[in-house]
Design a protein around this ligand. Structure first.
Ligand SMILES: Cc1ncc(COP(=O)(O)O)c(C=O)c1O
Length: 425
């Protein structure tokens, strides 16, 4: 049965491939889950079977990513895009309550600091701007949006250098003197192919040490989740990821939230000067109900649970996954560097530390009178490489190397690139 997939190398940016053994098990469970005679999508989400699935997924995720007990983990819906809104809504409420508890007399709109390194962090900051608009024209906004650093002038092909960050606070700011609701960054920009290096000392690493401990840090990990360990996982206030890249089918989103930030947003609303939070977006409600406040996306969560189990027990846990991902990315970037020497292909991201392990973006060097990109794509298609066209907003080629993309697929792509270079150098 698996032969259907053998000759195809799927490099999609998301939804993306899932491990074949997981899909076999999921297919079986759609018909008959664990001998119950009922499919997994036909079970009550409040029954003991589904509860065990969710709890198992959470436990395995905690192990894989070393998530501490200080943080809650839950599955929800709405994708990364919903989290662009949820992070703002929930953290403005918790900030408002904290300020009130510290005796703030008069409301002063807090600042939210965005680090903008690509299309997705741009979108997140645009959503924040929309949500903080005052309810009455001329009134104070709920917050001010501050761009602490941006690599837009580079075409989002680099990461900010440490000295380029201009946060709205000083690294030694005291809690009572600062009014920043949170700092936001996107760990891996799926479209542009830039990723913050995991090594805290590397050039371009996210400057955690410039953010005082009392200021929450929010990270979008949608396209690099469980591809390697999360640096400073405990230091984050919120980490979120849509499932459809490394974790499971589209339809569920994992959110990790520091427990002291799970607040009653109605209480914050009653103080005024914060946007109301729809109940389905309130982190406290979602966490308190163990991902089961309302009917969850049962199949997406079930397959995600299978993937987590598979990574932990069949792929060597996060250590094994990291080693494989490092090799896959290195092989492909090395091939692109060879191709660039011959002026045939070139990687879009030159800054080595900024190169994404998950989304490798590159261009086919144009030659007068020849449409070489078309030729590259046509040849790739013939050899079984699927979904490697770059995102429509920036063009070029993008090979996404998520966990379920095998090293054999990457080796095959490297071979194709080497042959293409040989033919065109
Ligand atoms: C890094 C990142 N953030 C957010 C999103 C938006 O996710 P969704 O389509 O699940 O809303 C994506 C989608 O590809 C993404 O790659």
């Amino acid at each position: 049965m698996s032969s259907e997939r053998v000759d195809i190398h799927n490099f999609a940016a998301g939804p993306s491939p899932l491990p074949t053994p997981v899909l076999h098990k999921a297919a079986q469970s759609l018909l008959n889950y664990n001998g119950t005679g009922m499919g997994v999508c036909e079970l009550s989400h409040r029954g003991k079977e589904f509860k065990a699935i969710v709890e198992g997924a959470e436990a395995n995720l905690r192990t894989l990513l070393a998530i501490p007990d200080t943080h809650a983990v839950f599955f929800t819906q709405g994708g990364g895009t919903q989290q662009f809104s949820s992070t703002v809504l929930n953290l403005l409420s918790s900030h408002r309550l904290r300020k009130a508890a510290h005796g703030e007399k008069e409301f002063v709109p807090p600042t939210i600091d965005y680090v903008v390194t690509g299309s997705w962090s741009s979108k997140a900051s645009a959503e924040a701007k929309r949500l903080v608009v005052p309810p009455v024209p001329g009134a104070q906004p709920f917050a001010k949006i501050h761009v602490a650093a941006t690599t837009k002038p580079s075409g989002f092909n680099t990461l900010p250098a440490r000295e380029q960050y201009e946060f709205s606070f000083k690294p030694d700011a005291k809690e009572e003197d600062s009014n920043t609701a949170f700092v936001y960054y996107c760990e891996n920009e799926t479209i542009n192919g830039v990723e913050f290096p995991a090594d805290a000392d590397a050039h371009g690493a996210f400057p955690f040490d410039l953010v005082p401990a009392h200021i929450p840090i929010v990270a979008d990990y949608s396209s690099s989740f469980i591809s390697r360990p999360i640096p400073h996982v405990e230091r984050h206030a919120v980490i979120y990821a849509g499932a459809q890249k490394n974790l499971g089918p589209a339809g569920t989103t994992v959110v990790i939230v520091r427990k002291d930030l799970l607040v009653d947003t109605t209480e914050a609303s009653l103080l005024g000067n914060v946007p109301a939070v729809p109940i389905e977006l309130e982190y406290k409600t979602l966490a308190d109900n163990g991902s089961l406040y309302n009917t969850p996306p049962v199949f997406a969560i079930y397959v995600s649970a299978l993937v987590l189990e598979y990574l932990l027990h069949e792929k060597g846990g996060i250590k094994g996954v990291t080693a494989t991902n490092e090799r896959k990315a290195r092989k492909l970037y090395e091939a692109l560097d060879r191709a660039e020497e011959k002026n045939v292909l070139k990687a879009k991201v030159k800054q080595l530390e900024a190169r994404s392990w998950m989304n490798v973006t590159f261009e086919v060097v144009a030659k007068e009178g020849e449409d070489r990109e078309k030729e590259f794509l046509a040849g790739a298609e013939k050899q079984g490489f699927r979904q490697i066209k770059g995102h429509r907003s920036i063009g070029g080629i993008r090979a996404s190397l998520y966990n379920a993309v095998t090293e054999e697929s990457v080796d095959a792509l490297v071979q194709y690139i080497d042959e293409f270079v040989k033919a065109h150098a």
